[in-house]
Design a protein around this ligand. Structure first.
Ligand code: NAP
Length: 315
């Protein structure tokens, strides 16, 4: 067998990638996890998680991510902090080659756990005032808005949960949502609607964020009446969904029209030996618990794939 070929490379260190790492390293596979920033993914910037089994009181996303990483390292998982730029396969799809800015790696199997990134609104003022009142992370930036009025744009679980979190600091939180009801789950929606620091402006979209050196106001438009108005505020938090981090794999793997990777029940993609788990795959429910389940399945399927190639399978 050629040398320096890893059994499995995992791309991404969020909950699904770290779970895949726990399973693969514990199974004594020759595995490397490559992560572009720090481990944890979106989960690490989630304020509070109360639906991950085993933590009846809830746990902060940051702490839970730390526990995933600690457990993976306990089993000997090696982690390289580099950004994967491309993945290619040899003629018979046996060996996969990954290029980062610094290195080139080869493996029999690849598990993509690259997750998803927040979407931007693409409205005037958003980019200019980013970091000067425009934020995509309440847990990172919330404390800077103590005593100020802030606006949250969006109506999903992220927007509603983070709006509730922001009431710890802000004097008032206005949620601007483009429809007349939230997409968020009922438990979170009810909590927001009964919070006296939260006001909701329904049927409205954000059209402009303004301010000289920092955010001073957001202009919104009522989609029913067409009337535009302005809300004075010190901060604008944007939570309008995510898009998958799958650009390096486009052209190689089958994806849906938004770039989420199609997988089978065992997390297999359209290329044999390449698996995908967590938020970057096409699926119904994107939660830490489903990411962890995906990661375990992907690691086991990758292990079987590699053992079949190398003729070491116990089956
Ligand atoms: P999401 O569920 O896709 O919701 C995005 C929200 O942004 C929707 O309300 C959508 O409006 C709105 N939106 C999208 N584009 C917009 C635009 N251009 N202008 C204005 N509004 C726009 O995204 P998410 O809230 O980030 O959640 C992502 C996934 O993570 C979901 O599966 C969610 O359940 C999960 N999550 C779970 C929890 C939890 O369980 N505690 C916490 C956070 C996230 P419409 O409703 O009109 O489409």
């Amino acid at each position: 067998m050629p040398e320096n070929i890893l059994d499995i490379i995992i791309i991404g260190g969020g909950p699904s990638g770290l779970t895949a790492g726990i399973y693969a390293a514990r199974a004594r596979m020759n595995v490397l996890l490559i992560e572009k920033m720090g481990c944890g993914g979106q989960n690490a910037i989630t304020d509070w998680i109360e639906n991950y089994p085993g933590f009846p009181e809830g746990i902060s996303g940051f702490e839970l991510s730390g526990k995933f990483e600690e457990q993976a390292k306990k089993f000997g998982l090696k982690i390289a902090f580099e950004e994967v730029k491309s993945v290619s396969v040899d003629a018979d799809s046996r060996i996969k080659t990954l290029k980062t800015a610094e290195n080139q790696y080869s493996a029999y199997s690849v598990i993509i756990a690259s997750g998803a990134e927040y979407k931007m609104l693409d409205i005037p003022g958003e980019l200019d005032l980013r970091g000067r009142g425009v934020s995509y992370c309440a847990t990172c930036d919330g404390p800077f808005f103590r005593g100020k009025e802030v606006v949250v744009v969006g109506g999903g679980d992220s927007a509603v949960q983070e709006a509730i979190y922001l009431t710890r600091f802000a004097s008032k939180v206005t949620i601007v949502h483009r429809r007349d009801r939230f997409r968020a789950t009922k438990i979170l929606s009810d909590r927001a609607l009964s919070n006296n620091k939260i006001q909701v402006v329904w049927n409205s979209t954000a059209v402009k964020i303004s301010g000289k050196d920092k955010v001073e106001a957001i202009s919104i438009k009522n989609v029913v009446s067409g009337v535009e108005s302005e809300i004075a505020c010190g901060g604008v938090f944007i939570f309008v969904g995510h898009s998958p981090n799958t650009v390096p794999f486009s052209g190689l793997l089958k994806m849906d029209d938004k770039g989420y990777i199609f997988t089978d029940n065992d997390m297999g993609t359209s290329v044999p030996g390449i698996f995908c788990c967590g938020d970057s795959r096409n699926k119904l429910l994107r939660q830490v618990v489903t990411a962890a389940g995906d990661g375990a399945t992907a690691a086991f399927a990758a292990q079987e794939y590699v053992e079949n190639i190398l003729g070491t399978s116990y089956k």
